[in-house]
Design a protein around this ligand. Structure first.
Ligand SMILES: [Zn+2]
Length: 466
């Protein structure tokens, strides 16, 4: 029996503001980022966010699609509480791009997945159901989500197994994170609708599945259901189903005889967008595809695991390239970036773009090579570089100054607090000095070594009033 699986995947584009208004995309509490446009007030007019179109174009080009010379938006009309305008602004007749091909390695084999279309649309608001969607007595609406820019990537039914579908989504997620067109840490960054049919039978659609693993589980469960039907000689009905993660089964959401009529009409408040100049600009600025970058970094002598971290950590490849300009050991550089650098970044909740500048990391690595600092100390220094946003030399300078001051203070403190031992020493008792050295060691938590403590004590005791 042969399964045919297709995916429609929505990803949230990484923009500062929403698709058609100036509200920010970052929300801290429900309904904190809303305005008349994303609330759908009568008379409000959308204005297109060019950045979202550029990010969508980047995705289209990375998936080898043809970008349309001109595109426009349409109103998809339906009624739902999360959609105050009564329509969603999306693309229908002419999407941003179509006719692409993705060639990831899926289940150990290079696949050819045809991309039917890539388009940009707004997200509706978010409904918070009190309990289960089917039985909730009340639902709340968060309009902060309303108008968040999404990109929808639709494949042809080219996957043959649920595992292939999952691996494609994982590949897609890392590709888009690499391109920095999505924020992989954003909540609900990826949602998919999956469709599946068996041996040319009716197509069943499973709506709104989050994550990648869940898609595989939903498809497996639906595939088993369809195989069960086939074994009993029953026909699968064409319908839309929901996957219930708790029971691991799909349930009927609605039966549909044919495609629903959303009464698409041209969106008159937005212009027709000429795409040639945008596609050309985006194409020129596009970086190499991650597989190509991985091979290039490996050719520099960087082991595969480290090269993988460098390439697939968003923003790190450009950072690595910039550091490489000033530092001649790519493998050593990658080792630092993929380990201590990455750890410090995560501890401080930062991204590569907010981390210490490349020249500062080059400086630190140069200091290790010249023996100015050993590797263990460097691991502490890099932590402070991240925490304080300073360079290695500045961190070390501040430490040396801090150390000198407190050394003197520790010695004076010990002399002040141990009058008896001091007078014993002055009376010629050598064991009293031993005792004072011990006190210094205790107070400085062994940071001052005994030899230095002796020198400093003797100097201060001899200089002090007799
Ligand atoms: Zn708004």
């Amino acid at each position: 029996m042969k399964a045919m699986i297709g995916l429609e995947t929505h990803v949230q584009l990484r923009t500062a503001t929403k698709l058609f208004c100036g509200c920010t995309t970052v929300s801290r509490e429900p309904n904190d980022n809303v305005c008349p446009i994303c609330m759908g007030y009568p008379g409000s007019k959308p204005a297109l966010n060019r950045k979202a179109v550029e990010l969508g174009t980047q995705i289209a080009l990375a998936l080898n699609c043809r970008v349309a010379p001109e595109m426009w938006f349409s109103r998809k009309s339906y009624f739902y509480p999360d959609l105050p305008k009564g329509f969603q602004i999306t693309q229908y007749e002419v999407p941003l791009a179509s006719g692409g091909l993705a060639e990831p390695v899926l289940c150990g084999k290079k696949a050819g997945i045809r991309i039917r279309r890539v388009h940009v649309e707004e997200d509706p608001a978010k409904l918070e159901h009190e309990g289960d969607i089917m039985t909730a007595a009340r639902s709340l609406v968060d309009y902060s989500r309303s108008g968040i820019p999404l990109c929808e990537i639709v494949t042809e039914p080219d996957f043959e197994s649920p595992a292939q579908a999952r691996e494609y989504l994982e590949w897609l997620l890392s590709l888009l994170a690499y391109l920095e067109v999505i924020d992989p840490r954003a909540e609900g960054v990826m949602r998919s609708d999956a469709n599946i049919s068996l041996d040319g039978g009716e197509r069943v659609e499973i709506k709104n599945i989050t994550g990648t693993l869940m898609v595989e589980q939903a498809l497996k469960s639906e595939l088993n259901r369809q195989i069960g039907f086939a074994n009993l000689g029953k026909k699968v009905a064409r319908e839309t189903r929901l996957f219930d993660g708790a029971t691991g089964r799909t349930v009927t959401l609605r039966k549909k005889e044919e495609e629903e009529d959303y009464g698409y009409i041209f969106e008159p408040d937005l212009p027709i967008v000429g795409m040639d100049a945008i596609a050309e600009g985006v194409g020129k600025a596009m970086r190499e595809m991650p597989e190509v970058a991985l091979a290039r970094v490996e050719r520099l002598g960087v082991p595969r695991g480290l090269a993988h971290a460098v390439v697939y950590t968003p923003g790190m490849l450009a950072y690595f390239d910039e550091c490489s300009g000033g530092y001649g050991k790519p493998d050593e550089l990658a080792r630092w970036l993929a380990n201590d650098f990455l750890k410090c970044m995560h501890w401080n909740g930062l991204e590569v773009r907010d981390s210490p500048k490349p020249e500062l990391i080059v400086e630190l690595l140069g200091m290790i090579d010249s023996g100015e600092i050993n590797e263990r100390a460097a691991k502490d220094v890099i932590k402070e570089m991240f925490a304080k946003g300073k360079g290695a030399r500045e961190v070390m300078g501040a430490r040396a100054a801090g150390k000198g001051e407190s050394e003197g203070e520790v010695i004076s403190g010990v002399i002040r607090d141990n009058g008896k031992a001091v007078s014993d020493f002055k009376a010629g008792n050598a064991r009293a000095l031993q005792f004072l050295i011990g006190e210094v060691m205790k107070k400085s938590k062994a940071r001052i070594d005994p030899k230095r403590a002796r020198e400093m004590l003797v100097k201060q005791l001899n200089a002090g009033p007799g």
